[in-house]
Design a protein around this ligand. Structure first.
Ligand code: GLY
Length: 376
């Protein structure tokens, strides 16, 4: 596809995204949904954990960035402000998701010191999850648990460390990345969702999962979190050992994608079996990985990998902008991207729109459109 044709197609998808988000906030003001039920955001379903507020507000910042719209800026500021108290939230491991997609673009746009202070506090709060025995940031479920998802949040600790020069923050962030790499990132580049540690000795005990097929399987979203997370950490540190992990994840990703480039929910799912445990697509993992691969294509030292990562990201986004995934031809569907999965075994948000899928899809498309315009 020619780049002008691709830009037009991605811009149309983003304009559809703007309409869907505008409709959501008009119908349900100040509401932060996580996943749809039969395409509807408002329902009584369980949250499991409250981690996605930064994605709704973050999409508004992405829309503002692409369009320069003061309406989107005002909405983004309002929805970001509603999250400010979460800078002190010690119950989740998701403060990077919440603040790097909201307060960081807000601060970068305005230079307001108060916003900077919120980012630093969020980094300090997340660092309080550090377990000296084991050398990792504990997940929200238990002290003995490390999640691959935390790789997307540890960047806020690096951000705070870089801005303040606080060596303790840097030590904890580095240790977490190292422990994650050495325990739940496998030699072949795939990842486990969770690692369990002995609280007495700090010794790594086993791979497990909550949202994947098995402890020893490759849950697609977890792999996308790792790929993009290590790439972000490389961007913040310049330390090439983290680039190597991200590339290892990416190489597994590229080698295991199905023909249409949109992953199934777990790379070890038995595709002869029906959804949800078998051949269930997971568009949000595709969107996260596409956004990460676009960055990694700029970071890798290998021209061949750069071309392959970028080409795969574009092919994934091309697939996600067809009506099979984009909800633009699905009347009554309130999300942007269909066929995402939140939590299969709890039966939450399976084959639905999920708020992080919406955000990373919008982020990835925006990167391509802005680059085509010569902006970044
Ligand atoms: N637990 C975060 C996720 O669903 O990826």
């Amino acid at each position: 596809m020619a780049s002008s044709q691709r830009s037009a197609r991605y811009t149309a998808a983003l304009e559809f995204g703007e309409q869907q988000v505008a409709r959501l906030i008009e119908h349900h003001p100040d509401f932060f949904p996580i996943y749809t039920v039969q395409g509807r955001w408002h329902h009584g379903g369980e949250l499991w954990t409250d981690w996605t507020g930064g994605f709704l507000a973050g999409m508004m910042w992405q829309f503002q960035r692409r369009t320069g719209s003061s309406v989107w800026q005002a909405r983004a500021e309002h929805y970001s402000r509603l999250l400010e108290h979460r800078q002190h939230d010690r119950n989740v491991h998701d403060l990077g998701f919440i603040f790097l997609n909201t307060y960081l673009p807000w601060y970068q746009l305005t230079g307001d010191q108060r916003l900077h202070d919120v980012l630093i506090q969020a980094g300090r709060t997340l660092a309080m999850r550090f377990m000296e025995k084991g050398q990792y940031l504990r997940s929200f479920v238990a002290p003995e648990s490390l999640f691959i998802d935390i790789m997307m949040n540890v960047p806020i600790i690096y951000y705070a460390a870089n801005e303040t020069g606080d060596a303790e923050l840097r030590r904890k962030a580095d240790a977490h990345c190292q422990t994650t790499r050495d325990t739940i990132v496998r030699a072949n580049g795939s990842t486990a969702h969770e690692g369990i540690f002995d609280l007495e000795t700090g010794k790594f005990l086993k791979e497990t999962t909550h949202q994947g097929l098995r402890g020893d399987s490759a849950w697609a979203r977890g792999l996308a979190w790792s790929l993009y997370g290590y790439s972000k950490v490389y961007a913040l540190t310049g330390d090439e050992q983290w680039l190597a992990v991200s590339e290892r994840n990416a190489d597994y990703w590229l080698a295991h994608l199905p023909a249409d480039k949109v992953p199934y929910w777990d790379f070890d799912a038995d595709l002869t079996q029906p959804p949800p445990l078998g051949a269930q697509k997971e568009s949000s993992a595709g969107a996260i990985a596409a956004s990460g691969l676009l960055d990694l294509a700029q970071q890798t030292k290998s021209p061949q990998k750069a071309a392959d990562y970028r080409q795969t990201a574009l092919e994934m986004l091309d697939a996600l902008t067809t009506p099979e995934y984009l909800a633009n031809e699905t009347p009554g569907w309130e999300g942007i991207l269909k066929h995402g999965v939140y939590h299969t075994t709890k039966n939450l948000g399976v084959d639905e729109s999920v708020m992080w899928g919406e955000f990373f899809f919008v982020e990835a498309l925006t990167k391509v459109v802005l680059a085509d315009r010569g902006q970044q």
